[in-house]
Design a protein around this ligand. Structure first.
Ligand code: ACM
Ligand code: ZN
Length: 531
């Protein structure tokens, strides 16, 4: 902390403000504290939609406080959640007033109430998160007045469940972590070379074959020998459609949309191991147990059967996921096979395409048409710009800021997740003492310095940047505890980037608020890096 920052925090009201992350738009400290009593009642208006939100608040507080904490419809409680649709509200806006007598949380929507509850949590002692009875704590909140709403509509976090599989309980815990940071998108990377993780009823081979690989977990990721003849593939896992529905419902209670990613045309070795007929060569293929580069085993863009297969898969995905956006991957396709394939070359000729990049563009446009016919929107990694962007596609800009910038300049929406700031699979500290990670260094401060809207965009163009997200690729992340460690507290920094207006953000301010959050992680039993 700089001297000037210390002086600032001592000389202004900031010193007495509670440590809330992401920093609210407006927060004023009042004198006194609210004391939560065993007899406290949580009342709510807004009926059936608001009731589960009130119940979630009670459910959060009951274990540690040991209080019965009833909920009931009305306005008579000591903690009141009010739906108020009069006047003008921003999306997800909430207003919170904590006085000595009452806590009043107001929003136009239950979603806004839910975001406000995440602020209430941070006003309470961290032990309130313990999930078990804590007897020696006084459950108080400082009196404050808060008006708050997010900067971006896409506040996301990604998880790769292909390189390593994470069970249903961990996915829910991950969603909890996103929710407490007021994120609203979980980008679920369900397909990659090393494992297909979503049950598709019409193509059982995708999970019977594609979800399993030979176990080479004792060897370095990039030097694992492919499956040999006669070897059994025993390592992996997948989510049944019932489990997926359960997770979607869980996320919906937390006002988090799950955007499923079904990779194409590359990163599909797992699918081709089961259905080699959708490749150019016909295979055979096995599910790779480790790193593959370049990504040459890709879907054939010449065969109509490939598109019929993908439309069948996407139909089941769409039936499961209510998300407006469906992520179709699109990254890192090596087009060597397309250059050699008679079907792909015939497609290029018949469609009047210039080259293989335009063939990829044809592929993505055709899938976009299909998604559109089902009322959905396509999002893909920035390689979907190659050969020309599909008319209504949204670009997820990962290689840098350029893809998102180009998309915005051409009137397309973009989500920023540049590898330089948002890839939480890269080292966050000294490789000598950190768990093995991707090369490079993305410190907490680097994440905090991230500005999703490039300066070169005009204000009008800037509106096409709908938000940003963090990514966690799991080549080296073998279990949930390591996943927590890699995202915390970098996700905490990112949450402020995507929620709080840039002019209000300061690294010094964030640094003074962060320790409180880390104590909270400890109380919750979450692993985290300590900067
Ligand atoms: C990516 O990291 N290949 C999207
Ligand atoms: Zn082909």
């Amino acid at each position: 902390m700089t001297v000037s920052a210390i002086l600032t925090s001592c000389n202004t009201k900031h010193a007495s403000l509670p440590a809330v992350i992401p920093l609210p738009v407006k927060m004023e400290a009042e004198s006194g504290t609210f004391i939560l009593k065993p007899s406290a009642l949580i009342s709510y208006t807004g009926g059936t939609e608001a009731a589960p939100v009130a119940e979630q608040l009670a459910g959060l507080l009951r274990p540690a406080t040991g209080f019965a904490l009833k909920t009931s419809e009305g306005t008579g409680g000591n903690i009141r959640l009010l739906i108020d649709t009069s006047g003008v509200w921003k999306t997800e806006e909430y207003r919170l007033s904590v006085t000595k007598k009452k806590v009043t949380l107001t929003s136009a929507t239950p979603e806004g109430l839910f975001r406000g509850i995440q602020t209430i949590r941070q006003l309470l002692p961290p032990q309130s998160e313990a999930g078990r009875r804590i007897s020696d704590v006084k459950w108080t909140m400082p009196c404050v007045s808060v008006t708050d709403y997010p900067r971006f509509e896409w506040r996301g976090m990604h998880l790769d469940v292909s390189r390593h599989f994470f069970d249903v309980d961990f996915i829910k815990r991950y969603i909890d972590i996103l929710a407490m940071h007021k994120l609203n998108i979980f980008h679920w990377h369900l397909v990659d070379d090393q494992g297909w993780r979503i049950e598709i009823k019409k193509y059982p081979g995708l999970t019977e074959v594609g979800a399993w690989r030979v176990d080479r977990e004792d060897q370095a990721w990039n030097s694992r020998e492919p499956q040999q003849l006669g070897e059994k593939a025993t390592y992996g896992g997948f989510y049944t459609q019932e489990e997926i529905k359960e997770i979607i419902a869980y996320a919906a209670e937390k006002y988090i949309t799950i955007v499923p990613e079904i990779e194409m045309p590359a990163h599909v070795g797992s699918a081709l191991a089961a259905y080699p007929e959708y490749s150019c060569t016909g295979g055979p293929f096995t599910v790779p147990p480790g790193g593959v580069w370049p990504i040459t085993d890709i879907y054939c863009a010449g065969k109509d059967e490939t598109f019929a297969f993908l439309e069948d898969v996407l139909t089941e995905v769409i039936e499961l996921f209510p998300s407006q956006y469906i992520h179709i991957g699109g990254d890192e396709a090596d087009k060597t096979d397309w250059r050699r394939c008679p079907d792909c070359q015939a497609r290029i000729r018949n469609e009047g395409l210039g080259d293989e990049d335009e063939l990829q563009s044809y592929f993505v446009k055709r899938i976009e048409q299909f998604l559109k016919s089902k009322g959905r929107r396509l999002i893909g990694w920035d390689e979907i710009l190659q050969g020309g962007l599909a008319p209504e596609a949204t670009v997820m800009s990962w290689q840098g800021f350029e893809g998102g910038t180009a998309a915005a300049k051409s009137g397309h929406h973009a989500v920023m997740t540049p590898v330089s700031h948002c890839y939480f699979n890269i080292y966050q500290g000294d490789p000598a003492t950190e768990p093995i990670s991707f090369r490079g260094l993305i410190t907490l401060e680097k994440v905090y310095s991230f500005e999703p809207v490039p300066a070169e965009l005009t204000p009008e163009e800037g509106k096409f940047i709908i938000g940003a997200q963090g990514c966690l690729w799991t080549e080296y992340v073998t279990d949930g505890k390591t996943a927590e460690y890699m995202i915390l507290p970098r996700l905490t920094a990112l949450s402020e980037v995507v929620w709080t207006a840039p002019e209000m953000r300061s690294w010094e301010g964030f640094s003074t608020r962060l320790p409180g959050m880390m104590v909270r992680f400890d109380a919750m039993g979450l692993e985290h890096y300590t900067p």
